[in-house]
Write a new protein. Structure first.
Length: 149
C-alpha cells in the first residue's frame, strides 16, 4: 500500500488531544476543511458519524479506520492521527483507540475505496508498525514512518 498517494504531511497529527469519539471526529472534519479545500467540516463530520452509526470502525488493538464518502471530494484522501490518550471508540474488541486513520472517498470510487480499506487493515495489523507509530512524538516523523513502512 502506497500511503504517499493519499496522505500528506499536513494530514498527519501526532499526540492529538481527544476526549471522545465524537470530539475527535469533529476535529477531523475541521482539519480536512482547511482554507482552499473543497471539503466542508460539517459534511465530513456528519458523514463520519453516519458511518459510525452503521457500526464502529474501531477494528481492534487500539486502531480505528473511520471512513466515509463525501460529495465534493474529488480524490481519496487520508489522515493519520495518534492520540495522546486512548479513547473509547466502540471497537469490536472493546479496546480504547489511540491510532486513527481516516479515509475520505469520492462517492463514485467504490472499488478503490474497498481496496484502500483492505490495504489499510493489512498495514495496521502489523504490530511493529503500530508500535512505531505509538512511540512517535512528532507529526513529521509520523508521516515519514507511514509512507516509508
Amino acid at each position: 500500500m502506497e500511503l504517499d498517494k493519499i496522505l500528506s504531511q499536513a494530514r498527519c497529527h501526532c499526540q492529538l488531544e481527544g476526549s471522545s469519539k465524537k470530539r475527535v471526529l469533529k476535529t477531523i472534519g475541521e482539519y480536512f476543511s482547511n482554507p482552499g479545500s473543497e471539503l466542508d467540516a460539517g459534511d465530513i463530520f456528519n458523514s463520519l458519524m453516519a458511518r459510525e452509526r452503521l457500526g464502529s470502525t474501531g477494528i481492534g488493538a487500539g486502531i480505528a479506520i473511520p471512513h466515509c464518502r463525501v460529495p465534493l471530494c474529488s480524490d481519496i484522501v487520508g489522515m493519520l492521527i495518534t492520540l495522546k490518550e486512548a479513547i473509547d471508540f466502540d471497537s469490536i474488541d472493546n479496546s480504547p483507540v489511540d491510532i486513527i486513520f481516516v479515509l475520505i472517498v469520492p462517492e463514485q470510487k467504490t472499488d478503490e475505496h474497498i481496496k484502500t480499506l483492505a490495504g489499510l487493515a493489512r498495514l495496521f495489523s502489523d504490530e511493529d508498525f503500530c508500535y512505531t507509530l505509538r512511540n512517535t512524538q512528532d507529526s513529521e516523523d509520523l508521516y515519514n514512518i507511514a509512507i516509508t513502512y
